[in-house]
Write a protein that binds this ligand. Structure first.
Ligand SMILES: *Cc1c(COP(=O)(O)O)cnc(C)c1O
Length: 220
């Protein structure tokens, strides 16, 4: 027996009401996801489109799958028919691709704007200044098949809690500054992973994305 159910319950117990748990199942096999499902979990996050498509086919259809990893425009088609949310919308090109594939499926796909708030150069996401400019210019109005629900981001990988707190605070602030352009449904702040989610919750996260604390270490 694995500890997945126990781990899930422990994490849930630490989350205030109104904070959603996305169980990040990337690199873990379908039977482990099934175990979490049997423990009542319905929201799962994956970061590779093909892997996500395969798991979707194998598992119960009331699972809500969130794409959280960098998405290439030519791979949107693998997940467009079923994905509940794409959290990693990080460019205009990707918005156009998602809109096109969603239209083909007759769907409107919910998305989060991934914003770069970490100090590392490597982490993906919009530069906030450019994003705000694009939003102010009505850029997303061209894409009726995507519905923007909020922001997503990752903090700097560091032991320095004040840096992490600064990153999360800035991300929450980005959400507040963009909210007037989108209205009430722009309500999601997805931030916080296994190592830093308690800080994210303090800074206003409405969704935390937790992998290893639920499923154990990933084997790559
Ligand atoms: C892998 C991943 C997570 C979960 O990471 P853990 O440290 O295992 O909790 C969260 N968000 C994103 C974007 C990820 O790629």
């Amino acid at each position: 027996m694995s500890d997945i159910k126990e781990n899930l319950n422990k994490v849930r117990a630490t989350l205030p009401a109104g904070v959603t748990l996305l169980a990040v199942s990337k690199f873990h096999p379908a039977d482990m996801i099934r175990e979490a499902y049997d423990a009542g979990q319905r929201l799962f996050g994956e970061n590779r489109p093909q892997e996500l498509k395969e798991k979707y086919a194998m598992l119960p259809k009331d699972i809500e799958w969130h794409m959280i990893g960098h998405l290439q425009t030519n791979k949107v088609k693998y997940i467009a028919p079923f994905v509940a949310m794409i959290e990693s919308l990080d460019s205009e090109r990707l918005a156009a691709a998602i809109d096109k594939e969603a239209a083909k499926c007759g769907r409107v796909i919910e998305c989060l704007l991934e914003i770069h708030v970490a100090r590392e150069q490597t982490k993906s996401g919009w530069d906030f200044v450019q994003l705000e400019e694009f939003v102010r210019g009505g850029g997303f109005k061209a894409y009726p098949h995507i519905r923007i629900r909020g922001v997503m981001g990752m903090a700097t990988f560091t032991d320095d809690e004040s840096v992490i707190r600064g990153d999360f605070t800035r991300l929450a602030d980005c959400r507040n500054r963009l909210a007037p352009y989108f209205g009430e449904e722009f309500d999601t702040i997805s931030m916080g992973m296994s190592e830093d989610y308690p800080i994210a919750v303090e800074c206003g996260a409405t969704e935390v994305r937790i992998g290893s604390t639920v499923f154990g270490p990933r084997v790559y």
